[in-house]
Design a protein. Sequence first.
Length: 367
Amino acid sequence: MEEERIEVTKKDILKHYIASIVIYGFVLLFIIFCPILGSNIENTSFNYMKFFFIYYIAYIIFAYPIFLKFKPKSILHSHNIAIIEYIKRQFNKNESIEQWLKNIEPFENEKQAMMILFMKTFFGVLCVTELCNKYIPSLDYNISFLREMFSQAVLYTGTNGIVEGIAQYIDDTADMWLNFITMFITIILAISYLTDLDLFKNKIKSVDTTPLGVLTCIMCYYPITILSNRIIISYTEELIPVPNLGLRLFLNISVLLINIISLLAIARLGTKAGNLTNRGIVTKFPYNIVRHPNYSMQIFYLILTTIPLYFISDLTILDKVLYSVGTIGWIYIYYLRAITEERHLIKDSEYQQYTEKVKYRFIPKLF
């Protein structure tokens, strides 16, 4: 409590500002020269490297005067200064081998700071990459396609009835709507990962640094999925056509509803959304029903997208068994993510009270 009464001085602000410029500068260089990221530029009109360069320049220009204006107390616990202090300690001269080895082990605040930087870099770059490569360039086409399909559905309705028209429209456009939903989720997450502000009420309280928590999280995201998908086999198609129109509509509508609920869950978190972090506890819908609505929807999604496998004649029985086992494997991964996430959040007294009110993790009164 006493630390909160300490006034933020210009010296504190300048130290944090310089440390941030240095750390973010190295992150920018990593983004520019990393071979995997460099080869991942698919659209030159929306080059995400340019975005991060502009973002960095904007930080250099505007951050210092903003800090001087608002003097956020969080500067007193600067993550970037903690990282600089750790690096400086590695170059202390005239130290024994024992002391040097001891210095390699980061203090808890330094470990938290490095993990926060990793989390922001890994997931922030991933979100911006997806937006620049996939969603923004195809936005005009997707909107035009939806309009065209709607016009055709209206004509189809005139000759075949309303039910047939709606069914045809859903069948033709389900994948496009899924893209839109995923795009909105990615936008929310990108804003969350690239900000850590008192103004947005999304200051990071703590981050999970346990190996199991980090591993089960990052193995669900590119580029780690290149390896994890080889270990846990899964069918990669999002909407798999099946011969029966009724079943196909049921699956497509169910997948869309699942993703809409995921969007609502992420939107409810808002700028507090993000993996591995505690930015404050959200208790409103849908988090007043289950503690992990997004993971619940991911599990339902895995199950629903596995069902059509049994209607694909090109797959052998062995393939279907392997994909089914893979689905079970991924369900277990999301279960572990929920468990490790709670193991981290339960240290927060606010989350302890929340778990007493909301008893269920995934499915009310069932699981």
